[in-house]
Design a protein around this ligand. Structure first.
Ligand code: NAD
Length: 698
């Protein structure tokens, strides 16, 4: 942390540095406040310029201080804001780069603002289940108008300075460094000849305040789940119609209430869990990394094409290998198709598409790819096929090349065993579509070398993925947990629920999509082949045969135009199906079940606690290093709602004793698989010891 004070043409330039994002830590707040006092008493100073060092203003609060005494230690952000706003010498904020949250609240209290054209300004607090708590909801509407303030605060999305140039938020928008412009403004007659204008004194244009607030509320009520923070933000913005201090008090009360909501706790947990996932035991930051300059992808099907696009997007040149020329042509066309789609939607320019495609080197020869630093295999899910590929790779790849498999269910250690270099082998489990989904499960094999793992994590960052390390087991973290979740969804239908009821219950809980809609999207043939393999491999394997019957009807999901739902009106409009209803009735009769009424709360508890019980096993077995890693997998790969913080965090919020009680209740239900609800030993221990949590089990 560093505060710099110098005087330039009668302006005190106060620059603050707190890498990486100039977070407003206690030390920064104290430093700025001392510098402001100095400027106040410095007779050579007529105006003050406040600027963040390193090309950005500030991303807001210092997240490293969250939850510590330092975050609320004096001077608080609100005190600093007061000091700025009440300064008798005009304060000019010079804004470059990022100016978010508390950073923007601070500059709104300055008397003038000069921003570089590419600066981004925003109040993203709702994304943590909060609202701006240092006057943001009161000052922003005065500066940009009620409509834009509602938009910025309720969505939390930042806006470019050019998009705010016409508002009173920015006095000048300049190209490049805003400092010179700010010092010029400080020396100008405009600033010298009038008392410092205060945002709080700007009268709010109230003509549309009530109507706009009402409309914003109406929009929010259609969202599922209904989150408290955006609603409270609208209330606070509407309160800007009152005298300033009253509005501030209303904002403050709402902020303090929101901090305590489970939703905000969930969002904040999700935020920190993602940051923690990058830290892996035995992989210190000093671990040497291998180069990642060129890559190869083997197999250009659904996954291979998506993975190739992810690599090309990151500017990594790659060889694409298929079994024969026909497969290669198809694969190349698939990749070009993904880019064409982006060009059509205006997300990418034609030139950029061509530049990325130029990095692609299709080949059917393994001989040519020997110099790749990393190879990602995405061929058919068959041990025999993978064996052939890895034996071939072992022969041609240069020493030190990283050999990764994208297998979903096969044993990574067995795959590593096909080579003479198991230390260089690991799993890189992408999610479909691989160029879009943020999650990357990095599967650490028994023999995977630390630098191979560290390099894979670095690759994850380069691809802008969230990498979570998993040990080797069937399904890794995500799919292993999902199996029980899906099984319970089918059992619930056998017992009396409908697919539609279950999907709605889970969507109201906050999931992006319920299990039946997901099944229709993914296609039922994949899970059918997995069930067939499980039945063959594991005697006594229990699972409903209802989804098998659905497949027998040829209803494989959206790709066949019908699955659990009918899709006569397209993929976005699933309609409950009379055929499926009949199928379910006949199935219940065949297995001798008379349906009962099932509450939505039973649906949610059975599905979520199925995840949690398996998650507890995964945690205890060390497949996941920490409960929050499991949460990250579900938040970034399975559409689990961030406001719930992930399944493990949610269970903690419910109370592990209550979760255990519920699991035991379900175990008394004789339907389906009698062993399914055996509590995981870790859940049993924590649940019985009252009040303990797996996020902090000691
Ligand atoms: P896919 O059938 O779409 O593609 C496989 C491709 O591999 C085909 O194009 C095929 O021609 C090619 N291929 C087969 N043998 C080859 C060989 N010897 N050399 C080069 N190419 C060969 O399959 P997919 O869905 O892309 O799955 C690929 C892998 O990714 C599987 O291991 C699967 O379990 C895994 N995976 C799939 C998903 C998913 O959602 N589809 C998600 C995660 C992981």
């Amino acid at each position: 942390m560093k505060i710099d004070y110098r005087v330039d043409r009668a302006a005190a330039v106060i620059s603050f540095a707190n890498p990486p994002v100039n977070g407003l830590s206690q030390a920064v707040r104290a430093g700025i406040s001392t510098a402001l006092e100095r400027a106040k008493t410095d007779p050579s100073v007529r105006a003050i310029v406040l600027i963040g060092a390193g090309g950005l203003f500030s991303a807001g609060a210092d997240i490293r201080e969250f939850g510590t005494a330092a975050s609320t230690a004096e001077p608080t952000l609100r005190q600093l804001i007061d000091l700025v706003e009440t300064s008798a010498k005009p304060v000019i904020a010079a804004i470059a780069g990022t100016c978010l949250g508390g950073g923007l609240e601070l500059v709104m209290a300055a008397h003038y603002r000069v921003a570089s054209a590419d600066a981004k300004l925003g109040l993203p607090e709702v994304k943590l289940g909060l609202l701006p708590g240092a006057g943001g909801t009161q000052r922003l509407p005065r500066l940009v108008g009620v409509e834009q303030a509602l938009d910025m605060i309720v969505t939390g999305e930042p806006v470019a300075a050019t998009g705010l140039a016409h508002t009173a938020l920015l006095d000048h928008v300049v190209n490049g460094d805003p400092l010179a412009g700010a010092v010029d403004l400080a020396a100008s007659a405009e600033v010298a000849t009038r008392p410092p204008p205060r945002t709080r004194d700007i009268p709010l244009d109230q003509s549309n305040l009530a109507a706009l607030s009402q409309a914003a509320r109406a929009r929010l009520t259609t969202q599922r789940p209904l989150l408290p923070a955006p609603m409270r933000a609208v209330d606070a913005i509407e309160a800007a119609g009152r005298p300033f201090d009253e509005g501030l008090a209303i904002e403050r009360r709402a902020f303090l209430e929101l901090v305590e909501t489970p939703e905000s706790k969930g969002f904040r947990h999700a935020f920190f869990a993602e940051r923690a996932a990058g830290k892996v035991d035995g992989i210190p930051p000093s671990t040497p990394l291998r180069p990642l300059d060129q890559a190869a992808v083997i197999g250009a099907g659904t996954m291979g094409a998506g993975i190739a696009v992810a690599l090309l997007d990151a500017g990594i040149p790659l060889w694409l290998v298929e079994a024969d020329q026909t497969g290669l042509d198809r694969g190349r066309a698939r990749i070009a198709g993904i880019y064409d789609g982006q060009v059509k939607k205006g997300k990418l320019t034609g030139n950029e598409r061509d530049r990325r495609l130029a990095l692609l080197r299709p080949t059917v020869s393994y001989e040519t790819i020997g110099q790749a630093d990393v190879v990602i295999e995405a061929v058919f899910e068959s041990m025999e096929v993978k064996r052939g590929v890895f034996i071939a790779l072992d022969q041609v790849m240069k020493p030190g090349a990283i050999l990764a498999t994208n297998t979903s269910t096969l044993n990574v250690d067995a795959i590593a065993g096909f080579t003479r270099r198991p230390a260089d082998v690991l799993g890189l489990h992408f999610f479909s579509p691989a160029n879009v989904m943020r999650l990357l499960e990095v599967v650490r094999g028994r023999a995977t070398a630390p630098e191979v793992l560290a390099t894979a994590l670095a690759l994850g960052k380069t691809l802008r993925k969230v990498a979570v390390v998993s040990g080797v087991c069937d399904g890794f973290i995500g799919n292993r947990m999902l199996e029980g979740y899906t099984k319970q969804a089918w059992y619930l239908v056998e017992e009396g629920a409908t697919p539609h009821q279950i999907d709605l219950a889970m969507e109201s809980f906050g999931l992006a999509m319920g299990p039946f809609r997901v099944g229709d999207l993914v296609g039922h043939d994949v899970s059918l082949s997995i069930r067939q393999r499980r039945r063959a491999e594991r005697p006594g394997y229990l699972c409903s045969t209802l989804p098998d019957k659905l497949c027998q009807l040829g209803r494989l999901g959206q790709k066949t135009g019908a699955g659990w739902y009918d899709y006569a009106e397209g993929p976005r409009r699933p309609a409950p199906s009379a055929v499926v209803e009949e199928l379910i009735i006949a199935h219940r009769a065949e297995i001798g079940v008379s349906p009962r009424r099932i509450d939505d709360s039973e649906v949610v508890d059975r599905l979520v606690f199925a995840l949690v019980n398996e998650g507890a096993r995964i945690l205890e077995e060390g497949i996941a290093a920490r409960a929050s890693d499991i949460d990250v997998v579900y938040l970034t790969g399975y559409g689990f709602p961030p406001a719930r913080g992930g399944p493990m965090f949610y269970a903690d919020q419910v109370g592990l004793d209550r979760v255990l009680r519920r699991v035991r209740e379900f175990a008394r239900n004789p339907h389906g698989d009698p062993d399914f609800w055996t509590p995981a030993p870790l859940l049993e221990r924590l649940g019985e010891s009252g009040g303990r949590s797996w996020l902090d089990p000691r």
